[in-house]
Design a protein around this ligand. Structure first.
Ligand code: GUN
Length: 296
């Protein structure tokens, strides 16, 4: 992790959240309830294997029991829905996470809508998406944007009245991120602009922003001349690019040109060690909450 003081340490903040959750897991265990999370992975997408592996490890460290169901790439949508139906009906499974992306022949929207809303720790079910839009906190919120909000809160960034630019309009990050930050309430109340591939002048929007959330999946897209000095930069991107100096011939970079943006930013997340650990912390939090709600 770079040592500059404006770099937000996502690993440390995630560790803090996990220690807070440990107390809740202990109190559930005293009542005879062990939080349970089922992962479903279809096919052998290398990035998905890494992500699910990290989530399994984090569950084990916190005392959440996880089980992983790996289905072949050619699995039919019907067979996947059957598995989800079984997990919906399994009492010790409090949360279900179907790792995206799914193979092209499987409709993600149908799969996400099949997970019980009360076990939807990803916050992708239409009921939970609807609750987010309505400002109803009884639903589950998607982990990555929820993690960004938590990073902003815990690093002392005020969002009230702030100009926020969200780069990217995906269902997993961009759209829910915008919904969370424009909501009336704590750690929200921002003026939010979503930019995407058809936006005419992204640079002009970015230069006005007090906070930029970069989640469009384009390696090092946000350059220093797009950033107002002092702006807060949350980098959600994970992009593999060629790198002749690395043993693998590739390296991971974010959606932000970190080396050149960090010196002028007010605060900035590194990559790795920024938003990624927070996604996992929010998944653990949603799972503990799902178990608490099932036990009450
Ligand atoms: N793929 C990329 N991000 C996510 C996520 O937060 N949840 C799931 N299920 N799949 C993803």
């Amino acid at each position: 992790m770079p040592s500059a003081t404006n770099v937000v340490d996502g690993r440390a903040i995630a560790a803090q959240i996990q220690s807070e959750l440990a107390a809740r897991v202990a109190s559930l265990k005293q009542r005879g309830v062990v939080p349970g999370l089922a992962f479903v992975r279809v096919g052998e997408d290398p990035a998905s294997k890494v992500y699910v592996g990290r989530k399994e490890k984090a569950c084990a460290e916190l005392g959440i029991v996880s089980e992983t169901h790996v289905l072949p790439e050619a699995t039919s949508e019907a067979d996947l829905l059957t598995l989800i139906g079984k997990l919906n009906a399994t009492a010790h499974v409090h949360g279900i996470l179907v790792q995206a992306p799914l193979p092209k022949h499987i409709r993600e929207s149908v799969v996400f809508a099949t997970v019980l809303p009360t076990k939807d720790v990803d916050g992708f079910h239409p009921v939970n998406v609807g609750k987010l839009m309505l400002g109803d906190d009884t639903g589950f919120k998607p982990c990555t944007p929820a993690g960004v909000v938590e990073l902003l809160i815990r690093s002392g960034v005020k969002t009230d009245g702030a100009e926020v630019v969200v780069l990217g309009r995906g269902n997993i990050v961009g759209k829910p991120m915008a919904a969370m930050l424009c909501q009336k309430g704590k750690a929200a109340n921002a003026t939010v602009t979503i930019c995407h591939s058809a936006t005419r002048d992204i640079k002009a929007h970015c230069r006005r922003a007090d906070i930029i959330v970069a989640a469009m999946g384009v390696a090092e897209f946000v350059k220093a001349d797009m950033v107002k000095p002092g702006a807060v930069i949350m980098d959600v991107g994970v992009n593999r690019v060629p790198d002749a100096t690395s043993k693998t011939g590739t390296k991971l970079v974010g959606d932000v040109d970190f080396a050149n943006v960090q010196p002028i930013a007010g605060r900035i997340t590194p990559n790795p060690g920024g938003v990624g650990p927070m996604t996992i912390a929010m998944l653990l939090q949603n799972t503990v909450r799902a178990a608490e709600q099932a036990a009450s």
